[in-house]
Design a protein around this ligand. Sequence first.
Ligand code: HEM
Length: 524
Amino acid sequence: MALLTLTLGQVLAVGLTTLLLYTISYLLYNVFLHPLRAYPGPLIMRATRWDHSIRHMRGTLPFDVLALHKRYGPVVRIAPDELAFADPRAWKDIMGHKGGGGNNAGHEEDMLKYDKFYRPVESVPRDIVNAGREEHALLRRTMAHGFSDRSMREQQPLIQGYIDLLIRRLRENSGDGGHKVDMAAWYNYTTFDVIGDLAFGESFGCLDNSDYHPWVKAIFEVARAGTVFQCLAHYPVVVKLMLALIPSSFKEEREKHMQMTLEKLKRRMEAGKERADLVEGLLKRADEWGLTLENLQANSAILIIGGSETTATLLSGVTYLLLTNPEAMKKLTREIRGAFQSEEEIDFPSVSTLPYLLACLDEALRMYPPVPTGLPRVVPRGGANIAGSYVPEKTVVAVHQWAMYHNDAHFKDPFVYHPERWLGDPAFVDDHKDAFQPFHLGPRNCIGKNLAYIEMRLILARVLWNFDLRIAEDSLDWMGRQRVFNLWEKGRLHAYLTPAARQWRGRGSARRKIRYIDPRAIRH
Ligand code: HEM
């Protein structure tokens, strides 16, 4: 027994010593011999991925990356095998088409999406966002039809219907300015209902029930767990252990969620192929291209996640920024209320002619990008040139949007809301507008960009047409207190909404035309 104990003790000692030696040599290799050794960064980040992981799981990574760029320059080694870029040229070099004009023109291969980030667990189904190159090209072509100008025109009545309901609900819930309402929740209800209808043929009923649907709640819960799995993906054994330890109640919830998605999809399929929505193309080509029910399910689900939370986040952000910048709010309200005779005139084409509205949205996208962190790519065989630097193959590379847009090397007064910077104001002539890519660029850029702009313009214009907004005391620091777990953890954005004062115009008109008048004019 004593012999056995001794032997076990020895085995343990040898094991621990080996582990220690391995760890020390791994750290030394990363710092002194790794192909990225010449790139600057904090010692701990150059030696191990732990520090990066902790910041990602703590929700502070985008802010920390800005501090790192300030200290170390436009290229920082934020993990042993990962570089963060804060140089506008990096957008094209990392995200551009192969041979498409970036520094890698003529290169054989595109940068690949980094699987440990996009699919940290193998059971995550393949969809347009995480698919490999060929499958992606096929899905993109199939889905493009649903995002065409023609489809969007046909989708207009559906979208406007949900905005009508939003405005009605805000009237009912705001008590003529007496009750505060959570604008972040109302925007989420609206965009989830719109995209639910466009992707599954039915809304989630969030606006009807003034609450989140369980499907939507599940998405938020998964987003936070996602950051943990992205960090653990570097330790496959730990992931396996974690998956084995996941309580059965969680697995049942996941199963329920999948079942709910499947039922929604089946109902949409029963509605037929001819419907101008976002899955029409997928359903038409499903047989020809051998798309399985699982493919269809995963792609409808990703449309909802990609298309609703992002748009609602930006709407919440722009509302907060306007509430805390009264001059901009006044100017935008004047533009919207001066441009239309009646609310019915606010539609896709008319709302797209308002320059200050677009500038307000773009400035909000800069200060509060819905995708704030870097979405990592892997450098292909043979290495690549990124923003003038040679980067060896297999390096993980990304541009972190929030850090890029708050860097005063690219934007003057980066922490101040200045819509004028997008309208040719000479004060901002030195801004590097090419640093701004909230929808990314290249073959994997946002397919829903036009839809997003249309939705954001319509919703914001109609909210400001109908209401005067005032921020509630408890939301004054709404933006400053947030953290990022892939998505912004927004919290409640409370505001008081008072119906806008108007006077009748055009006596006897069949369509009752109304015109906004400045409330101060009534008092005087
Ligand atoms: C303000 C709103 C939005 C922002 C900031 C935004 C941003 C982005 C970004 C940065 C990507 C690239 C993702 C990556 O590289 O992995 C992306 C992709 C995508 N977005 Fe959006 N998005 C928005 C709204 C929408 C909307 C309304 C839809 C419609 C359903 C949508 C659907 C998609 C899809 C399907 C992809 C994947 C495209 C592909 O890989 O080919 N997005 N989006």
